[in-house]
Design a binder for this molecule. Structure first.
Ligand code: PMP
Length: 366
């Protein structure tokens, strides 16, 4: 065989990419797992019924390809968000949708703009596509840098709302201002919107440049099924549809998604519990004098203070490690300068939060 140099064969953009590193999945159930913003309660019992039905007759249905367009799931999502079904595309998790948007609307010339900090997958997707991602920091803490976004010259704006990793939420006025003034496509990544009081989905009929992306991973307890969506004008949906895998959602995901989206009462009740626990946890931080970003999400970005009352990346790292020793797992981003003195805490059950609070207090006195 001729000498084979793999490095020489990799496409130019991919040769420069370091893979996205998702939050740790420890694999044993003995952890208090508060690191990847999953829902702390099981999904609706209707999900189990739907899955059992899909697997009946010795799994005979699995011989057959799934519906390539996920029609019933699109309809269920459309119904939930009060839009016509042609405004919806289903994806294999919302990461799939983000990837489709990057592939469809960016390239070497067409740039992407986002606010720093935002979801750390965006730069990886941009690099794979050979696109440039322009990162504009929040102004004065957590204000949207509107003018810099509008004059960025980018083709698509990725707006994480509520923001990750800060948890801060922005309302209708902000999205409308952006959709009206940004000369390009506005993608609102609403992974955490089920825990806020606003979704921009209601605006897609008004703005033909708006794509609202969502997921069942956070607000519907189905991170393990990989179901996401884009809601947008049918002309935009048509472009994204061209790029996706032909069978991008398997049978089980489609069935589970339809069942989950149809059980509003269940999710309203359990999301309410998460939101109540979030408010309790913020009160806890108030009571011990630790700063945090007021959250519209199912997580809180907080800044611990050590025994002498100081915050620093070293204090954050120390608390993160201390909790980890006790098998309480949070998410820490030491390389992201703007948040390196803070830690991200997923809101869990009252029992999980008690374990966290007890350990945090113990650390603060050490
Ligand atoms: N957007 C944001 C802001 C996220 O934090 C995540 C999850 N890490 C996603 C999208 C992707 O979620 P999923 O692929 O599970 O739908």
């Amino acid at each position: 065989m001729k000498t084979f140099d793999l490095n020489d064969k990799i496409s130019a953009p991919v040769s420069k990419v370091a893979a996205y590193v998702p939050g740790e999945q420890p694999g044993t159930p003995d952890w208090v797992k508060l690191n990847t913003n999953e829902f702390p309660y099981p999904p609706s019992p209707r999900v189990r019924e739907a899955l059992m039905c899909e697997l009946s007759d010795g799994c005979a249905k699995l011989r057959l390809y799934p519906d390539p367009v996920s029609r019933r799931l699109r309809e269920a999502i459309a119904h939930h968000f009060c839009v016509p079904a042609e405004y919806v595309l289903a994806g294999n998790g919302s990461d799939d949708i983000l990837n489709l948007a990057v592939r469809a609307f960016s390239d070497g010339d067409k740039k992407i703009v986002t606010i720093d900090p935002s979801y750390s997958l965006y730069p990886v997707l941009a690099k794979i596509e050979g696109s440039q991602l322009i990162n504009i920091p929040f102004e004065n803490g957590l204000e949207i840098p509107y003018e810099k976004i509008f004059s960025s010259g980018a083709n698509i704006f990725f707006f994480t709302n509520p923001n990750a990793p800060t948890g801060a939420g922005f309302g209708r006025e902000a999205v409308e201002k952006i959709a009206e003034n940004f000369d390009g496509i506005v993608l609102v990544d609403e992974a955490y919107a089920p825990f806020s009081n606003f979704s921009a989905a209601e605006l897609v009929r008004k703005y033909p440049n708006l794509i609202v992306v969502g997921t069942t991973s956070k607000g519907w307890a189905l991170a393990g099924m990989r179901i996401g969506w884009a809601i947008a004008d049918p002309a935009l949906i048509d472009v994204l549809d061209r790029v996706r895998d032909s069978y991008n959602l398997d049978r089980l995901a489609q069935a589970a998604g339809v069942a989950a989206m149809g059980d509003d009462n269940y999710y309203r009740e359990f999301r309410g519990k998460v939101i109540a626990e979030r408010e309790e946890t913020q009160k806890f931080f108030d009571s011990i004098g630790w700063d945090y970003v007021k959250s519209s999400s199912n997580f809180i970005l907080f800044t611990p203070k050590d025994k002498s009352g100081k915050s620093s990346p070293a204090a954050a790292a120390s608390l993160f490690d201390f909790l980890r020793e006790k098998k309480i797992l949070l998410r820490y981003f030491p390389k992201e300068k703007s948040v390196s003195s803070s830690i991200r805490l997923t809101v869990g059950t009252p029992e999980q939060m008690k374990a966290f609070k007890d350990a945090a207090l113990e650390w603060s006195k050490k």
